[in-house]
Each structure stands twice: as C-alpha cells, then as structure tokens.
Design a protein around this ligand. Structure first.
Ligand code: TEU
Length: 557
C-alpha cells in the first residue's frame, strides 16, 4: 500500500487510556486499545512525545530522547506496543521535538554550568542596554529570550522558557539528533513527526522585528532545506517505507512543495495551519471572530491545486492536540453534532493528501466547555489568561476566549464508555472530562448515527477507490457561501463531493455547478451514491436538496 492510501491516527498519550489508575494516560493503555484502532482501519499511530520530560508542555519539552517518561511507562512497554501494533498490521510514528530541548536536558544543564561545548548547542546572545537581544515574542507569550545571570546573557526560547532552542548551525547538534532518529528506527519505529521543524534554521544575525513578532526571521529559515536533506540522508532516507511529516509553522506553499516533493528527498508530507486561522482576527488567536467559510475554501483550493501541480503532499486534518475540536468550531455541537462531525470528516478525508484523525474526533467529541481557570492545564492557556487579564479584559471575557481557543479543548480525556471515569481512568483524571458527557465510544458504536462507522467507511473508501488516493482536485463554486464541493478525477473516473457546512436546507444544482474552467456537468452523467450522512438522497432534475450539514460523495459515470 502506498503512502496515498494510508490514514494516520493521532494519540495524545496523556489523555488516551490510563492502564494503572493514576489519572494519566499511558503506553500500556494504548496497547489495550489496539483492537479498537485496527477495527477503525487506520495504518499508523502517531504518539505525542513519550520521552522523559518535566512536562511543562506535556512532553514537548524533552529531557532525554532515549528514555520513556515513567508517567507513561517503561521502554519494555513501548517495545511491546511497537510489536503488538505491527502484529495488527499497523505501525508507530514517534514525535521528534528537535527545535528545542527541555532546560532539564543534560546538554542544557552542562551549558548552564558554563561548558562551552554545550553552550554552543543552544543559542546564547548578549543583550544590549539591559534589553534582550531582540524583541521577538515567544509563541506562548512574552519575550522569546531568557536572561541568565551567571553569564550575563540570554538564551532563545521560541516556546516556553523551559524549552531552549537548539543551535542547528552546530554540526555536533545535528549529529546528536540523527543518532536519536536512528536509535528509534532500529527499534522498529516506521514513522516520525517532526515538531515545528521549519523553525530550526535561525538567522546568522539577530535583529529586532519592527513589523511583527520575529517569525519572519526564523520561519523556513536560510538553511532549512539543507538541514532536512541532511537529516533524511543520515537517518530514515536509508530505510524502506518510512513515513515522515513535518509540522510547519506559518510556512508557505513554495517551501511546502520543496519539503514534500519526493524528488527533493526531505519529508513525505507537511502539516500547515493556514486553514485553521480562518477564525483568527487579523492573525490574532486571542480575538474571537466567526470562521470565514470562503477563506477556508480559498486556502484549501490554493494548497490543493499547487501541491498537486508540483507533486507536493500534505496532511489533511482539522484537529490535533493544539486545536479546538472542529465539530464545535466549524460545525455544530448540539442537535446536529453527529451530522456535522460526519460532514466535516467527509470534507477533509476525500481531498488529496493523507488524512489524520485525532483521538475522539472519530466519535464526534466536542470542546471542553470549561468555566473556570482552575480547570485549565495548558501552559499557553494559563499564560494567556494572565496576559489578557493584564490587558484589561474581564475574567468573563477572558474565559469566553479560552473556551473557544484553548488547546485544552482537545486534551480532555478520551471517553470510552458511559461509566464513571468514562473507561479512561479508575482514578482522578489529570484534567477534567469537560462537557458533552453523553459522548463515548461505546454508545457511539451502538448508535444508528455512529460517527465511528462513518470514519471506518471513509478509510475503506480511500483504500478501495484509487480516485481518492491518487485523483486530481478541482474546486466547484468557490464563492458559494454554504457549500463546499469538489471533484476528484483519476483515469477517467470522477468523484463528486458536496458538503453543506451550515444548518439550513438549500438547493444545489449540478447543472449550475462551476469549476475553474466553467460548467462541469452536461446533464448526461449518471450518479451513484458512495457515501452520505443521511439515509437517502434528495435529487430531482439534477438538483440536490441539501439538508442541515448534509454531505455526499457521488461517483459520476
Ligand atoms: O506546536 C507548534 C505551534 O506553534 C502551535 O501549535 C502552537 O502550540 C499554537 O499555535 C499556539 O497558539 C508544537 C506542538 O504541537 C505543541 O504541542 C508544542 O507546544 C509546541 O510545538 C512546542 O513544542
């Protein structure tokens, strides 16, 4: 099976399944749920970082790349998980956090003790006039430089102050990181996600950003393609069938083509986030704005078309551990929850790229709905709570923003059953379960409206219909304010996908459907229904009545 047919499932380990009653998800918990995942039909399990970490950013602050954090289990547990996953025809993808390490990593400790070799593993710079080297802003709020009294200088941290950026310009650092990848390859790991990997190449001169937060100086930096090619050559490029995905922060299409076109020998595919900023107000995550549907479609269209034209490959996703739940965000989390969850799934899975399912998405889990700052755990949410309050917002206004935007929306525990602890834990969960409490995997599967069942069908279709894995993409009716429709085409076979993104019923006439080159249907076509989230299809004279959140995939002959 080629890359194009595969589907990846993301596990946020801390919130997936707790096997020992301490309230934290763990590796053995994942092993317990492998049959559930096999039944869903996914091919790869991406685990968020399981390495030794002080957990200031839930494992994205790695203190030892070669050992499992005791809160998640042991190396034996991980070996067992890798083996049991393979037995079921799936593979493991690990999360490599190489832009920074935890300040508790041995390298950083040595650097702080004044060891010059290790100081050169990180980015230390002098400030001037009592001010940090640049005015860059950390992604989690505040200045991106931390002062060190002993050496009277600063180290760079694009994320939390306990996540110090590594100096990729130092060849020794690169060698150390390649060793890490090779260690995990030798253990039978077949995939890697590289965290914020397009931020690793920093500029040679550090200067203030007069117009922004500094990102333009280090995003897709000067030597980024050189570093990715070198990483590829020295690690996974030498092995068979390894899948890699780079998480690309604020990247652009041109660079993404280079990252993912197989001829460039960098990565298999990229994550980009432009489509998940269509509800940001002028790029600001912390100002609420309803999502801009036309902008969403425009971004999909631009990326799908350009990646196809230049043989790039991208991840298809709405959810991950950093994003609010899409059913609450672009869909409906009340009466039409299951319809909207299925419609959103169809809309993304049938595009060109590799679909990622984030745990709980396949049962239509919703945002957390926390109403008190005490319920939040994420460092970013807690920091921004302080920042927004200091800017003069009331507690109520601040909580309203967090309720929509917090990363904790995605991090509430997976709900397996209706029992106490939702089958996730027998103890106290590390984070509250949040609202939407009826939703759980067991009930969902015994339900006529099972969201899980819909995901299973989507995965099956990708494997049985080459047009989904390999077809071209053409957007229809880009300016339609309610419908997201597109056509996939491969070897003369055409697939039409029509999604009503809203709760109102409307008429969608195929005879009036416009592609980039004009009308797409001449009235002689036959349509076979492949997938729907309703029991029937209302089509008359080639016009479809689309009910709330209705979604259809039709084969055209
Ligand atoms: O995230 C990168 C990132 O920049 C965003 O997802 C960010 O967390 C968000 O947009 C801020 O509003 C990756 C990981 O996925 C995330 O969990 C880590 O916290 C981060 O890198 C640092 O390792």
């Amino acid at each position: 099976m080629g890359l194009q047919e595969k589907v990846i499932y993301q596990i946020y380990v801390k919130s997936f399944m707790d096997s020992n009653g301490d309230g934290l998800g763990d590796i053995r918990g994942i092993t317990m749920k492998l049959d559930y995942l096999r039944k869903l039909g996914v091919d790869y399990l991406w685990l968020t970082p399981v390495f030794v970490s002080p957990m200031n950013d839930n494992g994205y602050d790695v203190a030892d790349y070669y050992a499992v954090d005791p809160s998640f289990g042991t190396m034996e547990d991980l070996d067992e998980l890798i083996a049991e996953t393979k037995k079921r025809g799936m593979d493991i993808m690990l999360d490599m956090v190489f832009n920074h390490t935890s300040t508790e990593h041995e390298w950083f400790r040595k650097a702080m003790a004044g060891d010059e070799t290790y100081r050169n593993y990180y980015i230390f710079r002098k400030g001037s006039g009592g001010k940090p080297p640049t005015n860059w802003v950390s992604k989690f709020g505040g200045n991106a430089w931390e002062y060190v009294e002993d050496s009277d200088d600063y180290y760079l941290h694009l994320f939390d102050r306990t996540q110090a950026d590594l100096n990729w310009d130092n060849p020794e650092v690169r060698k150390e990181l390649y060793k890490v990848v090779n260690f995990w390859l030798d253990k039978g790991v077949k995939g890697f996600r590289f965290d914020v990997v397009n931020l690793i190449s920093k500029p040679s001169v550090f200067e203030d950003d007069q117009d922004g937060d500094g990102r333009r100086f280090y995003t897709d930096g000067e030597r980024i393609h050189e570093y990715l090619k070198e990483l590829n050559r020295n690690t996974f490029g030498k092995r068979e069938d390894i899948i890699t995905v780079g998480e690309m922060s604020s990247t652009n299409i041109d660079n993404s083509i280079r990252y993912s076109n197989p001829e460039e020998e960098e990565l298999s595919m990229i994550f980009n986030f432009h489509h998940l900023k269509v509800d940001y107000d002028a790029g600001n995550k912390w100002t609420l704005k309803p999502f801009d549907f036309i902008e969403l479609k425009t971004i999909f269209n631009d990326w799908q078309s350009a990646m196809e034209r230049h043989q790039g490959w991208m991840a298809l996703f709405y959810n991950n551990h950093d994003q609010p739940r899409v059913v609450s965000r672009f869909g409906n989390d009340s009466v039409y929850r299951t319809k909207a969850a299925k419609m959103l799934a169809t809309s993304i899975h049938l595009m060109r790229g590799t679909p990622y399912i984030y745990q709980g998405e396949e049962i239509g889990m919703t945002n957390a709905g926390f109403s008190n700052i005490e319920e939040y755990r994420d460092v970013e949410s807690i920091n921004y709570h302080g920042i927004l309050r200091a800017e003069g917002l009331s507690e109520e206004e601040t909580l309203a923003i967090l309720r929509e935007r917090s990363r904790d929306n995605a991090r509430t525990p997976m709900r397996w059953t209706n029992e106490k602890g939702f089958g996730f834990t027998e103890g106290e969960p590390w984070i509250p379960f949040g609202n939407g409490e009826r939703i759980n995997a067991e009930d969902d599967q015994n339900h006529g409206e099972s969201v899980n069942h819909h995901y299973r069908k989507l995965i099956e279709l990708r494997k049985s219909h080459p047009v989904i894995a390999s077809g071209s993409f053409r957007m229809l009716d880009l300016d339609h304010e309610h419908v997201y429709a597109y056509i996939r085409e491969y070897e003369g076979k055409r697939l039409l996908v029509v999604n009503n993104f809203y709760g109102e019923t409307l008429n969608y006439s195929l005879m009036e459907a416009m592609g980039p080159e004009g009308p797409v249907f001449d009235g002689t076509e036959d349509y076979t229904l492949l997938l729907s989230n309703y029991d029937d299809i209302l089509m008359e004279n080639r016009a479809i009545t689309l009910r709330p959140y209705e979604s259809l995939a039709l084969y055209i002959e």
